[in-house]
Design a protein around this ligand. Structure first.
Ligand code: HAM
Length: 412
C-alpha cells in the first residue's frame, strides 16, 4: 500500500455533528441579517493579487506574509482571498451598485485563506460570515452593523466582550503615526525586537504586543482617540449613543488595533475568553477610503466578519438533531428492488424524506438500519405485498402498495 494522503496543514474536513452545527449557524446568521435587509453575495475564491495589496494594505501581515498568491497560468498574479471586504467592494464597483438605493447591504459566508501558523482556532482555510453596508456614512450604519453581529453571537450563545474605538481619518492617523513613532523611538531600548523593527512600517501594532517591556511603554503612549478631528469625534459619540440606546454593553479601547489597513473612524472587535490565544471571534469597522484605493470614487463603507470555527468553538455545544426520515423502503428479495426503488423516489418527489435500502442487508438488517436512521415508517416490499411498519407504535399492517403515501401523510 502506498502512503496515505492527509489534509494539508491548517485545514480540516467538516462532517457529522460539526456539519449540522455549521448549518444551524448559517441559518441563524442568514435569518438575522436578511431581517435587516442584507442580501447574500458570493464572490470568487481567488481575486487579482493587486486587489488585496491595494485594498488590505501593503504593510499588513496579511499582505506581507499570509497570502496564497500564484500565477494564474497566463502571467497574472492571483490570490486565494484572505478576507471578504475588498472583494465585496470590487463587486460593488464592477456591478455599478452605486446606482442602487444606498447603503447597499450585503452578507456572505465562505472559505478564506491565510498562510498563518496553525493552532487552536487558527487555520489556513477558515470560514467567515460577514456583512458589509456600502454607500452611507451615517453613524447609525456603524451601530446597526455592530448590533447585528451582537445579535448573532447572542443567538449562538457565544459570550463575547465588545470593544470599540475610532481610528479617525487617514490625515489624523498620519500625523498621529509620526507622533507615535517619535514616542517609540524615544523608548526604543524597552521595546521588543519585533516592535522596534516595525516602528517605521506599522507602529500601531506596538499596542498589540505581549512583550512586558513594550506593554509598559504603551501604557503612556499617545492615543489616537485623543487626536480625532471634531467631525470624527462627533461620529464616534453618535455611534456610542446609539449602542447605549440599544442596551449593548461595550468598552472603549483606545488601543484597539485591527490587522487590516483600510479602517477609518469606527473599529470594533468581539473577543471570547473561551478561545484561548486566538480570542477574536469577529470584528470590523468603517472603511471610507477602501473603494477609492481600488480605483472607485469616494464611497463610505462599514462592515464586519466573524470566524465560523471560532464562533462554534466559543459556543456551548448545541444538541443537533439529525434530519427527520419519514420513510425507509426495505425489500425482501432482489426482484422487489425495482418497485422499492420507485416507491422511494415517488415518496421524495411527494416531499417526504425517504431512503431506500442500498447496503444489500438481510431483511432483519434493513429493519435495524431503519431504526438507527430514525425512520418514522418502514415499507417492506415482499411476495405477500407491501407491509407498512409504524416505528413508533411497532404496529405493522399489510396495505395496498399505492396507498403508502396516503398512510405516511395521514399517519394511519
Ligand atoms: P479579521 O479580523 O481579519 O477581519 O477576520 C475576522 C474574523 O475571522 C476574526 O475575528 C476571526 O474570528 C476569523 N479569522 C481570521 N483569521 C482566521 C484564521 N486564520 N483562522 C480562523 N479564523 C480566522 C476581516 O477579515 C475583515 N474583512 C472584517 C471586516 C469586514 N471589516 C470590515 N468589513
Amino acid at each position: 500500500m502506498s502512503e496515505r494522503i492527509k489534509t494539508p496543514r491548517g485545514t480540516f474536513d467538516v462532517l457529522g455533528e460539526a456539519a449540522l452545527a455549521r448549518a444551524e449557524l448559517e441559518k441563524t446568521a442568514k435569518a438575522i441579517l436578511e431581517r435587516a435587509g442584507y442580501e447574500r453575495i458570493e464572490t470568487p475564491t481567488f481575486e487579482a493579487t493587486a486587489l488585496f495589496a491595494r485594498g488590505v494594505g501593503e504593510s499588513t501581515d496579511v499582505v506581507q506574509k499570509e497570502m496564497y498568491s500564484f500565477d494564474d497560468g497566463g502571467g497574472s498574479s492571483i490570490t486565494l482571498r484572505p478576507e471578504g471586504t475588498a472583494p465585496v467592494c470590487r463587486a460593488y464597483l464592477e456591478h455599478g451598485m452605486h446606482k442602487l438605493a444606498q447603503p447597499v447591504k450585503l452578507w456572505y459566508l465562505g472559505a478564506f485563506f491565510r498562510a498563518e501558523r496553525p493552532q487552536h482556532g487558527r487555520y489556513r482555510q477558515f470560514w467567515q460570515v460577514g456583512a458589509e453596508a456600502i454607500g452611507s456614512d451615517d453613524p447609525a450604519v456603524d451601530a446597526e452593523s455592530i448590533v447585528l453581529l451582537a445579535e448573532i453571537l447572542e443567538a449562538l450563545k457565544v459570550q463575547a466582550r465588545l470593544r470599540v474605538s475610532s481610528l479617525g481619518t487617514p490625515g489624523t492617523r498620519a500625523e498621529y503615526k509620526t507622533e507615535l513613532q517619535a514616542y517609540l523611538r524615544a523608548h526604543e531600548h524597552d521595546l521588543s525586537g519585533e516592535v522596534r523593527e516595525r516602528i517605521d512600517l506599522n507602529p500601531l501594532r506596538a499596542f498589540d504586543a505581549d512583550h512586558a517591556g513594550t506593554r509598559q511603554v504603551m501604557e503612556n503612549a499617545p492615543r489616537l482617540l485623543d487626536r480625532l478631528t471634531d467631525e470624527d469625534r462627533e461620529h464616534f459619540e453618535t455611534v456610542r449613543a446609539l449602542l447605549d440606546g440599544a442596551g449593548l454593553a461595550y468598552e472603549v479601547d483606545p488601543a484597539l488595533v485591527r490587522g487590516l489597513d483600510y479602517y477609518t473612524r469606527t473599529v470594533f472587535e468581539f473577543t471570547s475568553d473561551a478561545l484561548g490565544a486566538q480570542s477574536g471571534v469577529g470584528g470590523g469597522g468603517r472603511y471610507d477610503g477602501l473603494i477609492e484605493q481600488i480605483g472607485g470614487p469616494h464611497t463610505p463603507g462599514m462592515g464586519w466578519a466573524a470566524g465560523v470555527e471560532r464562533m462554534l468553538l466559543a459556543a456551548p455545544p448545541a444538541p443537533t438533531a439529525p434530519p427527520p426520515l419519514d420513510l425507509y423502503v426495505a425489500y425482501a428479495k432482489p426482484e422487489h428492488r425495482a418497485a422499492a426503488f420507485r416507491l422511494a423516489a415517488d415518496a421524495r418527489r411527494a416531499g417526504h424524506a425517504a431512503q431506500l435500502e442500498l447496503g444489500g442487508r438481510s431483511l432483519k438488517g434493513q429493519l435495524k438500519r431503519a431504526n438507527s436512521a430514525g425512520a418514522r415508517y418502514v415499507a417492506i416490499l415482499g411476495d405477500e405485498g407491501t407491509a407498512l411498519k409504524d416505528m413508533e407504535s411497532g404496529e405493522q399492517q399489510v396495505i395496498e402498495p399505492d396507498t403508502v403515501m396516503h398512510h405516511i401523510t395521514h399517519g394511519t
